[in-house]
Every structure is written in C-alpha cells, then in structure tokens.
Design a protein around this ligand. Structure first.
Ligand code: HEC
Ligand code: HEC
Length: 258
C-alpha cells in the first residue's frame, strides 16, 4: 500500500519537480516579437543571426540540444558564473525569445514562414526560373541540388541565406566549373569530384561528363555559385515559405512540445 501511495505521489509530483515539457509559442507573431527582443538584448553577444560573437553561437551544438525548459531558464535566469546575464522579463516574453532561439535550429518545416507558399511555388516554377536548375520531386532541371527535402534539411534562416546570398556557403559538389576539351568543345556546370587528374562536371542537361587530365586544355573550378542572386528581393519570403514545406516524408513536429 505504501508502495502504491509513493507511486501515486511520484505520478502527481514528478512533472512539477521536472518540468520537462514546456510549450513554446509557434505562431509567427510571437516568434517575431521574440526576434525583436533578441535583436535588442541578445544580438550584441550572440550575433545578429545567432552566429555568435562574445557569446557562443546559438545555431549549432549545445544550444540546439537544450530542452525547451533548459533554454527557457538559461534565458530567464542567466548562467551564473558566466557573462550570460539574467533577463527578468515576463514569462510570455521569455517564451517568445526562447521560441525564436529554437527556430534558429529547428527544421524550416517546423516553423511558420512569413511568406505565401502558393505564390512561392508559382514563382519557383515560373517567373523566378528556379526550376531551370533545381528539381522538386522529379520536376525541374539541372545542375543545381535537388530541393525536395529542403524543409527538413535546412532551417528557415539557411533557406533565406541560400536564396538571398547564393555562394556564401556553397554546397559540396556544386562549385562552378568549366572546361575546354581537346576537341575544342566547352563543358560548363558544377564540379562533382575534382582532383589534379580528373573532374566530373554535371551540365545543365543533367549529363555527367567524366573528364581525365588528358581530355581538357583548360579547366576552371571556382569557389563561386552559378546560382544568380535573386533579382527581386520581395520574392524571398514566398520562395522560403514554399521551400520550407518541402519534405519527402510526412514530418512529425517532434520538437514543438518538448
Ligand atoms: C553580455 C553578453 C551576453 C548577452 C547580452 C546574452 N548572452 Fe547568452 N550567453 C553569453 C555567454 C558568454 C554564454 C556562454 C556561457 C557559458 O560559458 O556557458 C551565453 C549562453 C547562452 C545560451 C546557452 C548556449 C549554450 O551553448 O549553452 C543561450 C541559449 C543564450 N545565451 C541565449 C541568450 C539570449 C536569448 C539572450 C538575450 C535575451 C542572451 N543570451 C544575451 C553571453 C550573453
Ligand atoms: C543557374 C542555376 C540556378 C538557378 C537559376 C537557381 N539556382 Fe539555386 N542553386 C544552384 C546551385 C548550383 C546551388 C548549389 C551551390 C550553392 O549552394 O550556391 C544552388 C543552391 C540553392 C539552395 C541551397 C541548397 C542547399 O542544399 O542548401 C537553395 C535553397 C536554392 N538554390 C534555391 C533557389 C531558388 C529559390 C532559385 C530561384 C529564385 C534558385 N535556387 C535558382 C543553381 C541555381
């Protein structure tokens, strides 16, 4: 009997003693409010986009592995013995900043992007000409990366950066390449494998050219992207919203209520 009483006590009070599950707001308004607080109070130490400066990066490593509750209390109470100060704000404000910090490392699909996904889709396959180089579920062209799983593989921030500043971080295997062959033809595209003796160039038609040193008279593989910068910056939100929905498997938002 005593055993069961203890079990019952444990059952009722354990969640209080270990408040593991803290729900964070998921609506865009709260996250935007969190971003504003972040820019005012945190960016000086953690960088404008969480990349870190005096304080550590919030984009990778430790911060992304903290539970919602641990993240929340680090922000509310600070980290004693370090220069991370406490922020005695109302809990809903702390929750907003926490949700914003969390959104920096969760897959894009777990967040609500501000743009209009349907408009983004129309742009992607139409006026913005993205599909000329990219494929989504088999639709589109080469030689850009397949974007069918972007919502799961990238954060909203990474998607936006890839679109607004192509070439800042070039995906491996996608550097701009061009070769003049011994027979005079030119091959351009992206370099898949490149060393002193051989290169593989994927061209716009999706053909992979396997070239050995004796096949070319000139070769350039550059640290730049062949992706043009977005001509109309106002399209970025809609394109990000569309790409953030792309997932090859149904996505279960595991992090949403942790
Ligand atoms: C005066 C500089 C400073 C300010 C302002 C600041 N931080 Fe920090 N923060 C730090 C430092 C330094 C650490 C690392 C402490 C340590 O050594 O563990 C840290 C740690 C953190 C961590 C834990 C990260 C980890 O890797 O464990 C989070 C989350 C965090 N800060 C969020 C915020 C947020 C959100 C704000 C604004 C509300 C903020 N910080 C404001 C300096 C600052
Ligand atoms: C001329 C070809 C070309 C066009 C047009 C193009 N891209 Fe790209 N894109 C690339 C290549 C090549 C890369 C990989 C190199 C890099 O990261 O810049 C890339 C990278 C990306 C990435 C990052 C992929 C990753 O794995 O992180 C995204 C997102 C993206 N493009 C979206 C777009 C969107 C949206 C458009 C239309 C506005 C577009 N691209 C137009 C060639 C193109």
């Amino acid at each position: 009997m005593r055993f069961f009483a203890a079990l019952l006590l444990l059952f009722f009070f354990a969640p209080l003693a270990h408040p593991q599950a803290r729900r964070l707001p998921t609506d865009q308004t709260a996250i935007d409010a969190g971003r504003q607080i972040y820019l005012g109070s945190c960016s000086g130490c953690h960088g404008a986009t969480g990349e870190g400066s005096q304080g550590p990066s919030l984009l990778s490593g430790r911060a992304s592995r903290l539970s919602n509750q641990a993240l929340f209390s680090a922000i509310k109470n600070g980290l004693p013995g370090t220069t991370m100060p406490n922020f005695p704000m109302a809990d809903d404000k702390v929750a907003s900043v926490t949700a914003f910090v969390r959104s920096l490392t969760t897959p894009a699909i777990a967040n609500r992007a501000p743009g209009d996904a349907a408009r983004g889709e129309a742009l992607f396959f139409g006026a913005a000409r993205c599909a000329g180089c990219h494929r989504i579920r088999g639709k589109g062209g080469h030689p850009g990366p397949d974007l069918s799983d972007m919502g799961v593989e990238r954060t909203l921030h990474q998607l936006r950066e890839a679109i607004v500043k192509p070439g800042e971080r070039i995906a491996e295997g996608f550097r701009a390449a061009s070769a003049t062959l011994t027979n005079g033809t030119r091959v351009t595209g992206v370099a898949k494998n490149h060393n002193n003796y051989s290169v593989q160039i994927l061209d716009k038609s999706g053909r992979l050219h396997l070239l050995r040193r004796e096949d070319w008279t000139a070769l350039s593989v550059e640290d730049r992207s062949i992706m043009p910068p977005l001509a109309d910056a106002t399209q970025a939100d809609d394109l990000v919203a569309f790409l953030s929905r792309q997932s090859l498997r149904p996505y279960a938002a595991a992090g949403a209520s942790q």
